[in-house]
Design a binder for this molecule. Structure first.
Ligand SMILES: NC(=O)c1ccc[n+]([C@@H]2O[C@H](COP(=O)([O-])OP(=O)(O)OC[C@H]3O[C@@H](n4cnc5c(N)ncnc54)[C@H](OP(=O)(O)O)[C@@H]3O)[C@@H](O)[C@H]2O)c1
Length: 321
C-alpha cells in the first residue's frame, strides 16, 4: 500500500484502512448529500444520466448547457497534483478562493503540504482541505489517492495534473540524455497524467460531470526547455489532452494550460542557466510568466462548460499559433 499521509485543515487525521473501489461506490450513491448540488451543478431541467438533449429553444441556460451539467466551483472537490510546487500552490489558492475544497497532492515535502492545506482552509469562503502524499507515476498509489479523496468528500469534480519532473540537459548532448533519464521524465510528465485521468474517469463519468486540466509547457509546441525529453513529454501531454477530451466526452471536459518560463520554482532552478536565459529572451513581453495568471487560466478552464480538448499557451509571447 502506498504511504498516504493526510491532514484536514493542516492537522493530521488518524489513518483509516483503505478499502478498494470506494470511488466507484460513492459515484453510484447519487442520493448522498455530498454528491448533490456541488461541483457539477445540475440545471433543473436536466437529470443525471438523462442523455436526451433538451430542446434548443427556451431559456438561455437551456441553450447554453445543452445536455451537460454545468460546473460550479463553490464547494467543488479539486485534486491538484504537485500542489506543493511553485505553480501548484498558486493553483490550490486560486481554487480555494472560489470556495472549492482542495486536495493538495505532494511527493516529499510533508510540512509544506500541511502548511498549505492549513492556509487554504483558512481562506475566506473555503471549507476544507487535505494534504495527501502520492507518487503519481505509480498506478497503485494513484488508485489509493483517488479512493482517499472520495472517502473524505464523496466525489472529485476537478483534477489538475500539475506534478512534473525535469533536468537540464543541453539539446545537442544526446549522450547525456540517457535512456533512464528519458524514461523518468516521460513517466512523470506523460504517464503520470494518464494514470490519474484513468483513475478519476469512471467516477467523473458516473457523477455525470468532471473537469481535467493538464499543465503542459510551451516547450511542447516550440522545441526548447530543459531537455529534449521534457519537450517531447509535454508534446505528448498536449495530445493526451485532445485524446482524453474525445474519450471522456460528454461528461468530462479535458484541457491543458501550457506556461512559458516562470520564476521561483524548483523545476526552473533545475534548468541550465542558458536555458533560463533563452526562456526570458524569447518572450516578446520581455519577462517571465506570472504564476497567478496561469493559475487563473486553470480555474477558468475548470469552470468552462463548453471548452474541451484545447491547449492554452501562456508564455509572455514566445510561440504564436
Ligand atoms: N517552472 C517553469 O518555468 C515551467 C514552465 C512551463 C511549464 N511548467 C510546468 O508547470 C508545472 C509545475 O511546475 P513547477 O515549476 O511549479 O514545479 P515545482 O515547483 O518543481 O513543483 C513540482 C511539484 O511536483 C511534485 N512531485 C514531484 N514528483 C512527484 C511525484 N512522483 N508524484 C507526485 N508529485 C510529485 C512535487 O512534490 P514535493 O514538493 O512534495 O516534492 C512538487 O509539488 C509542471 O507541470 C511543469 O512542467 C513549469
Amino acid at each position: 500500500m502506498a504511504s498516504i499521509d493526510e491532514c484536514v485543515n493542516g492537522f493530521p487525521l488518524p489513518m483509516s484502512k483503505l478499502g478498494g473501489g470506494i470511488a466507484e461506490r460513492a459515484a453510484e450513491d447519487f442520493t448522498s448529500p455530498l454528491t448533490k448540488d456541488v461541483g457539477c451543478h445540475l440545471e433543473r431541467i436536466l437529470r443525471l444520466g438523462d442523455k436526451t438533449p433538451p430542446p434548443l429553444s427556451g431559456s438561455d441556460s437551456v441553450v447554453r448547457y445543452h445536455g451537460n451539467p454545468r460546473m460550479q466551483l463553490a464547494d467543488a472537490v479539486v485534486m491538484v497534483t504537485g500542489g506543493t510546487g511553485g505553480l501548484g500552490s498558486r493553483i490550490c489558492h486560486a481554487f480555494a478562493s472560489q470556495g472549492a475544497r482542495v486536495a493538495v497532492v505532494y511527493h516529499s515535502r510533508t510540512d509544506v503540504a500541511r502548511d498549505l492545506a492549513h492556509e487554504l482552509a483558512k481562506k475566506a469562503g473555503a471549507s476544507d482541505s487535505l494534504a495527501i502524499q502520492s507518487d503519481v507515476t505509480r498506478a497503485e498509489q494513484v488508485a489509493e489517492l483517488v479512493d482517499r479523496v472520495v472517502q473524505h468528500w464523496g466525489r472529485i469534480d476537478v483534477l489538475v495534473n500539475n506534478a512534473a519532473f525535469n533536468q537540464g540537459v543541453p539539446f545537442q548532448n544526446l549522450d547525456a540524455l540517457t535512456p533512464e533519464l528519458w524514461q523518468t521524465i516521460m513517466s512523470f510528465n506523460a504517464t503520470g497524467p494518464f494514470l490519474t485521468a484513468r483513475a478519476v474517469a469512471p467516477l467523473m463519468r458516473r457523477q455525470g460531470c468532471g473537469r481535467i486540466v493538464n499543465i503542459g509547457s510551451v516547450s511542447g509546441y516550440k522545441p526548447g526547455g530543459s531537455s529534449i525529453a521534457y519537450a517531447v513529454s509535454k508534446a505528448a501531454l498536449a495530445h493526451l489532452t485532445r485524446c482524453l477530451a474525445l474519450a471522456l466526452a460528454p461528461e468530462v471536459l479535458v484541457n491543458c494550460v501550457a506556461p512559458g518560463l516562470m520564476e521561483g520554482t524548483v523545476m526552473t532552478e533545475r534548468m541550465l542557466p542558458e536555458q533560463r536565459e533563452r526562456g526570458r529572451a524569447e518572450a516578446v513581453l520581455n519577462r517571465t510568466v506570472d504564476k497567478d495568471d496561469v493559475a487563473d487560466q486553470v480555474v477558468t478552464l475548470a469552470r468552462s462548460d463548453s471548452t474541451t480538448g484545447q491547449n492554452v499557451i501562456i508564455d509572455a509571447g514566445r510561440f504564436f499559433h
